[in-house]
Design a protein around this ligand. Structure first.
Ligand SMILES: Cc1cc2nc3c(=O)[nH]c(=O)nc-3n(C[C@H](O)[C@H](O)[C@H](O)COP(=O)(O)OP(=O)(O)OC[C@H]3O[C@@H](n4cnc5c(N)ncnc54)[C@H](O)[C@@H]3O)c2cc1C
Length: 437
């Protein structure tokens, strides 16, 4: 069958561009065979590949990616490697405390494994445990922070509250009136991380980039075809985010979204001094439709803003970029009016996949075809642990965490006119978010 939905990336991802060009891509040419084939080199595909290679060191493993690793959604994220969701819904904490604790444990297991890999392989990606700030700029936002604090209390998670003056001292912005610092998350340069993970794979892995899978014959053995070659494998893993629909699975079960980021040029020393504040931090808005901010030190001082979710079946990252960048500018200048003249050097969109009930895709989709999809805005932690556990399941390992993952709900079917519903919901949430955007 022809793969009916393919990602199309442009060259605008700031994280990827500031690293400079990667080494020439190893493009698949010719017909090859392997024991395990993984399609998609985002967080989940990279984790599944590495874990399979660790568990089966004599197996031949192929990871195949349509674009450059780092220019995909994983490299386009804002680099918050987070242990608990942006905004914990009171319902899930009050009514289902156990699931909430389980989810945090699972995310932390993903982050621990990832962090250990980064340290062991000496991947230079500014992986640092700085925690994350949830910050409010409105009274509604402050109320949401209060609820968030209550839900953290309910699961005995620690945090610190900051007033407006403390926010200003750290963020170099008078915009925020209150913040909550949750200390256990990490910040990372996401494109550097995924490039580094791919470059340090065990020796029984071959990674192909710029090798879009355009057709598949399901077996087993399964045969996938690119423009210049094919791979035949008895076992295949789809780590293809919302594009999994194009492989004939989960139609009408995924909610594909795009969210957008913009990064300034490097601030001059005078500009950095003008705003003051800490050299590096990550802010998540108190309202889920608000703006996330990163201040990054490498290379030099830059500020990144991310906001807006738009529904897109076609991964249309390019068409609405100018529109997203305009909103980013407003959010940026609102927070740092002193930097109104500082332009964005890069603006980009990237794909997320959600499901209506928030449940992930995990496990066997048809004989010897496995999937790990739907990692929401928590892809670094959830994608990693899901890919790792999937590899363990494939080779027959057992663990308490794997059983927890297997016991989770699966995505339920979209409602009729789901796309329209999502669009209206996104618009309404933006209006409610107000200054939090
Ligand atoms: C702007 C933005 C900010 C975000 N911020 C954060 C954040 O701060 N923290 C966080 O945890 N998450 C964040 N996310 C979410 C996160 O990026 C995703 O959840 C994550 O990338 C999903 O991982 P994945 O491995 O499932 O998919 P992806 O990273 O999308 O990887 C799937 C891969 O499959 C490849 N592929 C698909 N089809 C084919 C094909 N036919 N042939 C070959 N290859 C194919 C794609 O090219 C892609 O590389 C953000 C997302 C965006 C867009």
């Amino acid at each position: 069958m022809k793969v009916s939905l393919l990602p199309v990336y442009d060259q605008s991802n700031g994280w990827h561009e500031v690293l400079g060009p990667p080494p020439e891509a190893n493009v698949l040419r010719g017909d090859i065979n392997c024991d395990y084939l993984i399609i998609g080199a985002g967080y989940s595909g990279l984790a599944a590949t590495r874990r399979l290679a660790e568990l089966e060191p004599s197996a031949s493993i192929v990871l195949i990616e349509g674009d450059r690793i780092g220019n995909n959604a994983a490299g386009r994220s804002s680099g918050f490697a987070i242990d608990h969701a942006h905004n914990l819904r009171a319902k899930s904490f009050a009514d289902a405390k156990r699931q909430a604790i389980e989810a945090v444990q699972m995310n932390r297991a993903g982050l621990d494994w990832l962090g250990n890999t980064i340290m062991r392989e000496r991947i230079d990606c500014q992986w640092v445990k700085e925690g994350k700030y949830h910050a409010a700029a409105t009274t509604r936002g402050e109320r949401m922070l209060g609820k968030f604090a209550e839900s953290l209390d309910a699961i005995e998670e620690d945090y610190t509250l900051l007033d407006g003056a403390e926010c200003q001292a750290i963020f170099g912005s008078r915009y925020y009136t209150k913040a909550l610092h949750a200390p256990h998350s990490y910040l990372v340069q996401p494109a550097a991380m995924v490039r580094g993970l791919a470059q340090t794979m065990p020796t029984n892995v071959v990674v192909y980039e710029k090798s879009m899978v355009r057709a598949v014959d399901y077996g087993p053995p399964h045969i996938v075809r690119t423009d210049s070659g094919s791979v035949t494998a008895p076992v295949m893993v789809l780590a293809t985010n919302g594009f999994t629909e194009g492989f004939g699975f989960l139609q009408k079960h995924l909610i594909p979204l795009i969210t957008w980021g913009s990064m300034t040029r490097e601030l001059t020393a005078a500009e950095s001094e003008r705003i003051g504040g800490a050299p590096s931090y990550g802010i998540i808005a108190a309202h889920p439709a608000g703006t996330s901010v990163r201040r990054v030190t490498s290379p030099n001082d830059r500020i990144l803003v991310r906001n807006i979710f738009s529904f897109s079946k076609k991964s249309d990252f390019v068409k609405r970029k100018a529109w997203a960048a305009k909103t980013h500018r407003k959010s940026f200048v609102g927070r740092w009016p002193e930097l109104a003249d500082v332009p964005f050097e890069h603006s980009w969109g990237g794909a997320l996949s959600l499901s209506r009930n928030g449940a992930p895709v995990f496990g066997e989709l048809r004989p010897n075809v496995y999937g790990t999809v739907v990692h929401n805005g928590v892809g670094i932690a959830r994608g990693t642990i899901s890919g790792k556990l999937l590899a363990e399941m494939i080779v027959g390992e057992d663990s308490e965490m794997l059983r927890q993952m297997q016991a989770k709900d699966r995505p339920n079917k979209n409602l009729p006119f789901q796309d329209l519903g999502v669009r209206i919901n996104a618009r309404a949430r933006r209006l409610i978010a107000g200054r939090e955007e």
